[in-house]
Design a protein around this ligand. Structure first.
Ligand SMILES: O=C(O)CCC(=O)C(=O)O
Length: 247
């Protein structure tokens, strides 16, 4: 199929389903460059302090502090070369194609599942983390930096239904938000390293734990209209603060 048709199909799928996969966003070389920055950030607990937390909550139940789902918010504030990386340019071009020319990067984050941490990210909608904005267009680009599949925690999605935010609760210890969902129609989206998915802020998604010997590294870039980013910042929302239910 011709490139323009492929792009239009991807746009249509995103609009109807609320998510879409793009099998090869990045080249192998671009993946290698990102992995090197990513690994550095993961090892730097001092530099990432304040922006780093465990989506699984602060303890694993036996009182020991073990990072099971490492989240680092706004990594490009710590490592500036990230922002200049081609991944940000390519993802931004797709976001504009999917939702309009006024889409800009709102925030980035890393979510890593270390080997054998076997901890799921519960079903949730990203919009539950955000303040209510008049223009609700938003897309998250979830970039796989490893081959992701069911056993190491690839993303699962449910086709978007109503564009409403369901009631969410927090996991104990400041962990992730979660909600009840009928997941009978949920689909896993395995990807090769360098592939990505885009999902809407209202799309329910989830991932299983990592039961393998390797890392499951994901870089996530969130886009929304420029005016909405300005409004968020006026209201003090810059995605560096504590995780809490806002919508
Ligand atoms: O990487 C994961 O397990 C979850 C990612 C996620 O919830 C997101 O990108 O919105």
């Amino acid at each position: 199929m011709e490139k323009r048709n492929i792009m239009e199909n991807i746009k249509e799928t995103f609009s109807v389903e609320g998510y879409v996969a793009i099998p090869s966003l990045l080249t192998a070389h671009e993946v290698e460059e990102l992995r090197s920055i990513y690994n550095q950030l993961l090892s730097e607990t001092d530099k990432t302090k304040g922006l780093r937390s465990d989506l699984a909550g602060s303890t694993n139940g036996d009182g020991k502090k073990v990072e099971r789902i490492t989240q680092i918010m706004r990594p490009s504030m710590i490592e500036e070369k990230l922002m200049a990386h081609n991944a940000y340019k390519k993802a931004s071009e797709w976001a504009k194609h999917l939702l309009g020319e006024d889409m800009e990067l709102d925030f980035d984050m890393l979510i890593n599942k270390a080997p054998h941490t076997d901890t799921e990210t519960p079903w949730h909608q990203d919009a539950a983390y955000w303040i209510d904005l008049p223009d609700k267009r938003a897309a998250s680009c979830w970039i796989a930096l490893d081959h992701v599949h069911e056993a190491n925690g690839c993303m699962w999605f449910l086709p978007v239904d109503e564009k409403e935010v369901l009631p969410h609760q927090s996991l104990p210890g400041g962990g992730a938000l979660y909600c009840e969902a009928d997941t009978a129609n949920a689909k896993p989206i395995p990807l090769q390293a360098g592939g990505c998915t885009f999902h809407d802020g209202h799309t329910l998604h989830y991932s299983k734990g990592n039961r393998t010997d390797g890392q499951r590294r994901a870089l996530i870039l969130n886009f929304r209209p420029k005016q909405m980013i300005l409004l968020e910042r006026e209201k003090g929302m810059d995605h560096t603060g504590n995780r809490e239910k806002r919508s």
